[in-house]
Design a protein around this ligand. Structure first.
Ligand SMILES: C[S@@+](CC[C@H](N)C(=O)[O-])C[C@H]1O[C@@H](n2cnc3c(N)ncnc32)[C@H](O)[C@@H]1O
Length: 362
């Protein structure tokens, strides 16, 4: 008997009569709670044959009953059982599909072949990140955008504190999930202090779980947040590359005093692409450039856009993505007026903030 979880599960199901999977799983649960000696022969034959003695696996195995079809498919493609259980905890099917993309992109492999190195580790890390993002979205579930799509400002209890100079040091984002790449709240606060007039409006087109909008509202800033894969209720599903081609409700040319474009870092972006192209860096630059170009018109004349990136550090080489993005801004008629490097204490995280100013009228 195969020891693969999905095969074992199906073999166990086959031992039970019953109209549907749920009924048969309930019957199996009752059986497996008993001593082995009291198990029906058919059940014992499946599990003895597979040499499975581990109670955890036994209890876990039946959780396949609640696996989404894409997670079952991933299991049949060789995703380790523990990782599949984790992926199954992601509620949003679109996010799950993104997390599983590296597995789905693999060419067909013979049934028993192991996954290429790193694939299941990467999926597990991204699943953890997605679960954390969904939880934090749940935590901010009470935060809702208004009828106009904007998140209203709280009555500002405090003014945002500045950080001095061009190198900002901030407390690390403890436990920040790798794939989610949230901006540390202290950096958001310093950005607001530097770039937004009191009562100003912010548009964040790559908002993820909405860190920037939720920090901004505490400092009296109203905001509109969008993301291609939103992870908070007040974040609208919108593609930054085409935002102004058909602006969503509440968004119009010149509606923002500050536009934030914080795209995925190259490392995260690349994971969602099928590999095999030599020109990945160019594709990345084009994709981020398209996000900036597609949303830039929201900025009021004379106000600011901030593009948050990180140098690409890959295979022993460094590519200064930030300088390419600065060229892109200049080509779009935006004057680059600031460049800040924000570094976490201890140096584990760095963000490069390019600050542009939209042309003034006249
Ligand atoms: C670095 S994360 C942003 C993190 C967020 N600023 C925060 O502080 O929590 C990058 C985000 O860009 C989003 N994204 C990628 N491509 C996009 C696109 N074309 N349009 C809008 N959002 C996009 C991803 O879904 C991801 O949530």
């Amino acid at each position: 008997m195969s020891r693969k979880p999905l095969d074992l599960y199906q073999a166990l199901l086959a031992t039970q009569p019953g109209p549907d999977e749920a009924t048969r799983v309930r019957a199996l649960r009752r059986i497996l709670r008993r001593d082995r000696g009291a198990w029906p022969d058919a059940v014992r034959a499946v599990l003895d044959g597979a040499a499975v003695g581990d109670g955890y696996l036994l209890r876990g195995l039946l959780s396949i009953a609640i696996f989404a079809p894409d997670v079952r498919d991933a299991l049949s493609r060789g995703l380790p059982f523990a990782v599949a259980r984790r992926v199954n905890r992601i509620d949003d099917p679109t996010v799950r599909a993104t997390v599983l993309a590296p597995l789905v992109a693999l060419p067909e492999r013979p049934g028993a072949a192991l996954l290429p190195r790193g694939v299941s580790r990467r999926i597990e890390a991204d699943a953890l990140a997605a679960i954390t993002a969904e939880r934090s979205a749940g935590a901010s579930a009470h935060i809702a955008a208004g009828a106009d799509g904007w998140l209203a400002a709280d009555d500002p209890a405090a003014s945002p504190r500045r950080l001095p100079g061009h190198v900002w040091v901030f407390p690390p984002n403890r436990g920040a999930p790798r794939g989610a790449e949230p901006l540390a709240p202290r950096v958001v606060e310093a950005l607001l202090a530097r770039l937004l007039p009191r009562g100003g409006a912010l548009v964040d087109v790559t908002a993820g779980a909405g860190t920037i909008g939720s920090v901004a509202r505490r400092f009296g800033v109203r905001s509109w947040s969008g993301d291609i894969a939103p992870a908070a209720t007040f974040v609208h599903r919108a593609d930054a590359r085409t935002l102004m081609a058909a602006p969503p409700r509440g968004v119009a040319a010149g509606c923002a005093d500050l536009l934030v474009v914080h795209p995925p870092t190259y490392a995260v972006w690349r994971r969602t692409r099928s590999s095999g192209h030599d020109d990945q860096l160019d594709l990345y630059r084009d994709d981020v450039g398209a996000m900036i170009a597609g949303s830039l018109a929201v900025v009021r004349r004379g106000r600011h856009v901030v593009v948050i990136s990180r140098p690409v550090r890959s295979a022993g080489e460094v590519w200064l993505a930030t300088s390419h993005l600065a060229e892109g801004l200049a080509e779009a008629g935006v004057r680059v007026v600031g460049y800040v490097v924000a570094v976490a204490t201890g140096g584990a995280e760095d963000w490069h903030l390019l600050i542009g100013q939209a042309a003034r009228s006249g």
